[in-house]
Design a protein around this ligand. Structure first.
Ligand SMILES: NC(=O)c1ccc[n+]([C@@H]2O[C@H](COP(=O)([O-])OP(=O)(O)OC[C@H]3O[C@@H](n4cnc5c(N)ncnc54)[C@H](O)[C@@H]3O)[C@@H](O)[C@H]2O)c1
Length: 267
């Protein structure tokens, strides 16, 4: 493997017989890449979700076509909406006949200096990124606890954080605060969930470049961030997805409440 020009890693059956639910999976980024990886790793059925209906239906089709798995289901969900979150989890339980793995990928950012920040912008980023992850985790923990108590095993939850939960960057106070919250949530919820056989971990990417990001982020900022990486490049989205799959699989059985960085940047 050339670290500067990585080769796509094909599946090894790490999620064989498992079912997966993933949020924010209809974009061009980590979410869809993670959904594809889970299927390539042998999951038996998957529910992908997103706030955007049109792209979600296209993504269901694309995933079916690219992987050959028929058991791909789509359900619209804004993770900032409590009712939609509950409906999504009920849908997944029904379609998947029990959810083994939940991947909380949804997260939202903007670029704004703190002294210019208005409450609505701050609240929106926190509500999608931190509260959305909390809502999904809370309800899935209840479902997985009931399943564990009926003798059918626990489950796994993988959150998507960001290195900004650890590091400082100008104009990212809201997003960084939300991601630091996701990290704290992961650690604390993991302690509670261990009592009923559920592991909760998070991946913490620094930069994963994809077409939407290239469109929305200033090119000079992207170049600066890539320049900070030891590899001189951002991660491929599937490189982040690989870590999610590891955290979802039994290879990380003795790991919970952990945040794994996906970064070649060292300070
Ligand atoms: N790309 C990066 O460099 C990077 C770095 C660190 C962390 N992350 C985190 O990774 C995750 C995925 O980001 P990505 O950039 O790879 O894009 P992505 O394509 O995986 O996710 C974007 C998708 O999120 C959906 N979405 C937006 N708001 C939503 C909501 N309220 N409810 C449900 N879905 C919603 C969008 O419709 C879009 O399809 C996010 O949590 C992000 O904060 C990304």
């Amino acid at each position: 493997m050339d670290i500067h020009n990585p080769t796509y890693v094909s599946g090894h059956g790490l999620l064989k017989h498992r079912s997966v639910l993933i949020t924010a999976a209809a974009g061009a980024g980590i979410g869809f890449a993670a959904a594809k990886k889970c299927v390539e790793e042998g999951c038996r059925a998957i529910v992908i979700s997103d706030i955007h209906d049109g792209r979600l239906q296209e993504s269901v089709k694309k995933l079916q076509e690219e992987t050959g798995l028929e058991q791909v289901y789509g359900k619209v969900c804004n993770v900032a909406d409590e009712e939609q979150v509950q409906a999504l989890i009920a849908f997944a339980e029904d379609k998947l006949a029990g959810t083994d793995v939940l991947i909380n990928n949804a997260g939202l950012g903007t670029t704004k200096a703190l002294i210019e920040m208005e409450d609505p912008e701050w609240m929106k980023v926190i509500d999608v990124t931190l509260n959305g992850t909390m809502r999904m985790t809370r309800h899935m923990m209840k479902v997985m606890k009931t399943r564990y108590e009926s003798g059918k095993g626990g489950g796994v939850i993988v959150n998507n954080a960001s290195v900004l939960g650890w590091r400082a960057q100008k104009e990212q106070s809201h997003y960084a605060a939300a991601k630091a919250g996701v990290m704290a949530l992961t650690r604390c919820a993991a302690l509670e969930a261990a009592e009923f056989g559920v592991r909760i971990n998070a991946v913490s990417p620094s930069l994963a470049v994809h077409p939407m990001l290239k469109k929305s982020a200033p090119p000079e900022l992207l170049a600066e961030l890539e320049g900070k990486e030891a590899y001189g490049r951002g991660a491929e989205v599937w490189e982040v997805a690989n870590i999610m799959v590891f955290l979802a699989s039994d290879y990380s059985s003795y790991l919970t409440g952990e945040i794994i960085s996906c970064s070649s940047q060292r300070s």
